[in-house]
Design a protein around this ligand. Structure first.
Ligand code: GLC
Length: 487
């Protein structure tokens, strides 16, 4: 089949130019014109048989967040179930994900995003600064970034062509869009959607515009699947597959860490109940709610709180900085009662060092890996019960729920657990049992292999293509009008 960059570029230059414009908004990290490809693994091979499926994963980051941890668990599960499959990962920046993937015999290509677009991406992708930057600023940056985006797409397309995958699995909005527009015409793309689309209208529009190459959307919860259906309509087929974790790593017994030493606090009384929020310092993870709740827990209860985690990005308004949280604790009068450990690499050890793990997201949580991890560690967990998070626990049986952002409600849950060791132990036991049933990563291969096999037979019909082309044109006109209005 003849392969062209962005298949409809000659016919739909109008749409493409706007697509690129928006792509820039999404931020496609760029290292100016310089780029490098670091490839690991053996020489390129062709797989004739379906028993040797060749999957390329496109991931928007080289760092290790929830999406990346899940990707690693999926690769580990696929590796165990289908040792002969070729798994290849393309990331836009070096980072800890690269070595972890290679250790699972996943070949890795680092194809750096251009710098200007990377910056833009952070702002426009709904990422760290997504909600704090005006649309006019996005629009200007996007215009500047557009040519870099085009160059990046060209490079990505050529790498994809050399890898000759049967399926492309994308993580992150930038990669959903890039993957769809740079795939060869016969290669289906699976969008693995981990976050809500509906609250990001620009992103939703861009996805609608790119939906033609998407054979299926796999959402990480039913809540996210419903959101994707509402935002993208009938253009895409949507499934949900719950995340899973490594139950051998997240266990009730094992290494612990000295959270007090990490936080610079003196050793607490022997009967202290340790209650901690384990999360990045993104504001919506609810550190403020947690601190406010701690300040409302009766002082006579021997409770010590811990904020475990750090800001991943140092310069944006959507994350707390540790100093800001320390000041907040001082203002609430709880400086003695709460410690800030910073980032702890071994999340399982951090959770095992706590008696109660708090999840306090103030917005609906798409899934909430930390909830599954803490349950697997046999801890009493308090969950902010909204979104996908509300689907993965049974209130009162294997964890306790509270309403997002409700500091009083959270305080009463903490108080209840701090005063009742028997309840903590019971919740911990049932949580581990529930995690074994629901979150064992060996399930991932069983869930995903049929999806890969099914989409590898996916064909775009002429009718479908024409309908998509009409929709793309309409979307393109809307985008153009909106952009005009915002510049
Ligand atoms: C995103 C979601 C989080 C989920 C993770 C893995 O980070 O915000 O809820 O656990 O993806 O799917």
């Amino acid at each position: 089949m003849k392969k062209k960059l962005l298949p409809s570029i000659h016919h739909s230059s109008f749409i493409i130019s706007h697509l690129l414009f928006i792509l820039s908004i999404l931020s496609i990290p760029v290292n100016c014109f310089a780029y490098e490809i670091i490839q690991s693994g053996s020489a390129l091979r062709r797989f004739e048989s379906r028993d040797h499926v060749n999957i390329v994963f496109l991931n928007s980051s080289g760092q290790l967040g929830g999406v990346e941890n899940l990707l690693l668990d999926l690769c580990a599960s696929l590796r165990a179930a289908e040792p002969a499959w070729r798994l290849h990962l393309i990331v836009p920046a070096a980072g800890p994900l690269v070595e972890r993937a290679r250790a699972l015999d996943v070949e890795v290509t680092v194809l750096p995003f251009p710098h200007a677009l990377a910056r833009l991406g952070d702002a426009g992708a709904g990422g760290p600064a997504g909600r704090s930057t005006g649309r006019a600023v996005f629009a200007r940056r996007a215009l500047f970034a557009a040519p870099f985006t085009l160059l990046y797409a060209r490079r990505l397309r050529s790498v994809l062509r050399s890898l000759n995958p049967e399926v492309i699995h994308t993580n992150g909005f930038k990669m959903h869009v890039l993957g769809s527009w740079t795939r060869a015409a016969h290669v289906p793309v699976v969008w693995h959607i981990h976050d809500y689309v509906g609250s990001r209208p620009l992103m939703a529009r861009l996805l609608r515009l790119s939906a033609r190459g998407c054979a299926v959307v796999v959402a990480n919860s039913q809540s996210v699947a419903g959101d994707v259906r509402a935002a993208l309509g009938r253009r895409v087929r949507v499934r949900s597959v719950y995340n899973a974790i490594d139950l051998k790593r997240f266990t009730p017994e094992g290494e612990t860490v000295d959270l007090d030493a990490l936080a610079g606090l003196p050793p607490p009384a022997h009967d202290v109940v340790r209650v901690g929020l384990v999360a990045t310092l993104a504001r919506w993870k609810g550190q403020r709610t947690f601190l406010e709740a701690l300040s409302r827990v009766p002082v006579q209860l021997p409770v010590r709180g811990y904020v475990v985690g750090d800001a991943l990005y140092q310069t944006d308004g959507s994350q707390y900085q540790l100093d800001e949280l320390r000041r907040m604790a001082a203002e609430l009068g709880i400086s003695e009662r709460v410690g800030f450990t910073g980032f702890v690499e071994d999340a399982a050890a951090a959770m095992r060092s706590l008696d109660v793990v708090v999840h306090a997201s103030t917005e609906p949580e798409p899934f909430g890996l930390v909830i599954a991890e803490a349950m697997a560690c046999g801890r009493a967990v308090i969950v902010s019960a909204s979104g996908g998070a509300a689907e993965i626990f049974t209130d009162g049986a294997d964890a306790l729920g509270h309403t997002p952002g409700d500091a009083d409600g959270l305080a009463s849950r903490i108080t209840q657990l701090a005063s009742d060791p028997i309840l903590r132990a019971r919740l911990g036991r049932t949580a581990r049992a529930a995690a074994e049933l629901r979150f064992d990563r060996t399930r991932l291969a069983a869930d995903w292999i049929p999806i890969y096999r099914e989409v590898s037979d996916w064909k775009e019909t002429n009718e479908g293509r024409e309908a998509s082309q009409r929709e793309e044109k309409e979307e393109g006109v809307k985008i153009k009008d909106e952009m005009k209005a915002s510049t």
